[in-house]
Design a protein around this ligand. Structure first.
Ligand code: N2P
Length: 352
């Protein structure tokens, strides 16, 4: 965390503590988000502006999120599922149909991206796009030879250079792992045909010789400290680390990759919907969205905020890749029952 962020946070905590000593218990908003996916100063600002308390928890996969929100002991108001999981939550009847009149800043969103979001939420009724991004490979330049990276290919995961070194990880995410092998072999990442999955399996069996763990969180520290040398990773998470460490690198494989849009939703079971709507509208506000995009290093679907970003960010092809590259990527779609085939293959690879 930067020094200015720490100072701002301390000041806001001080104001919040002063206000909280004035009596009355405050309303509480329970938020459940991916880790490293919001500027923490914004959380404090919202608490101060709305005289409320935010109980903030994080997860590192859509699957863990679903398991938690389905367990009776946990109750959350606002959650951040990826597109395919918006469909899954919607079909399970867990999402609030959003009242747009309460979202005065909704108009800031990019209408082209809202249309794209209709593949998982057909009338943009249950979800508000939050950030979009891509998955690629993070590496530590101190250990990974430049000539291996120069190929910019998924094949680096199975390169003999890493054999017996225990230095390669992939995400703990069935869709991402199987998806990488599918795209590498020229298939659509949503293809669950026998031929596609048999080919993906062959590739993954070969890569697996190098893979030490499937993990979606610790790579952010382990690539910088050399525990891991190469990791399948989410672009913004890596860019946050790269800003502080020149030895880190990241590339989007030339064969293409996964493309996802994460979204904000209110759970139907939310006990504090008014406050939840306020929080969604706060995230959509142009300056909030701009600052959040700068902090997280992910691509914003907020058109008004995007216009305010520096050219450095707008022209960063690791955040906003060319149309040519995006054409080689696949949005992770909900697959209904067919997802079981992907899960089974993933479990089999993990057991190896
Ligand atoms: C944030 C990771 C979000 C990307 N740390 C996964 N969709």
């Amino acid at each position: 965390m930067k020094n200015t962020t720490i100072i701002k946070l301390m000041l806001l905590i001080l104001i919040a503590l002063t206000l909280s000593s004035c009596g009355k218990s405050k309303p509480v908003l329970y938020i459940f988000n991916w880790s490293d996916y919001i500027d923490p100063v914004l959380i404090k600002e919202f608490e101060v502006a709305n005289n409320c308390k935010i109980k903030y928890s994080t997860y590192d996969s859509n699957e863990n999120m679903i398991t938690k929100i389905k367990s009776a002991r946990e109750s959350f108001d606002v959650v951040f599922p990826s597109g395919d999981h918006v469909s899954i939550l919607k079909e399970a009847g867990l999402l609030e149909s959003l009242n747009r009149t309460k979202l005065t800043n909704y108009r800031n969103l990019n209408s082209g991206l809202l249309s794209k979001a209709q593949v998982f939420d057909n009338a943009n009724e249950y979800s508000v796009p939050y950030f979009w991004g891509l998955t690629g490979l993070m590496y530590n330049k101190r250990y990974v030879p430049a000539e291996l990276v120069a190929k910019q290919s998924w094949s680096i995961v199975g390169d003999p250079f890493f054999k017996a070194k225990n230095k390669v990880t992939m995400l703990d995410d069935a869709r991402e792992v199987i998806g990488a092998a599918l795209v590498y072999n020229g298939f659509d990442l949503n293809d669950t045909s026998e031929a596609a999955l048999a080919t993906a399996k062959k590739t993954l069996d070969a890569w697996d010789v190098n893979i030490t763990q499937f993990d979606s969180d610790s790579y952010k520290n382990e690539v910088p400290d050399g525990t891991t040398w190469l990791a399948q990773s989410y672009n913004g998470d890596v860019l946050q680390q790269m800003a502080e460490n020149k030895e880190l690198g990241f590339f989007l494989p030339s064969e293409g990759s996964s493309l996802w849009m994460d979204n904000v939703v209110i759970l139907k079971s939310s006990q504090n919907k008014e406050l939840a709507y306020k929080f969604l509208d706060f995230l959509l506000e142009v300056n909030t969205a701009k600052r959040n995009a700068e902090y997280t290093q992910y691509a914003t679907p907020n058109k008004a905020a995007h216009e305010l970003l520096s050219d450095d960010i707008k022209n960063n092809a690791l955040i906003y890749p060319s149309q040519e590259y995006l054409a080689k990527c696949y949005m992770i779609m909900a697959l209904g029952n067919d997802v079981k085939k992907i899960d089974a293959l993933y479990e089999a690879i993990k057991m190896n």
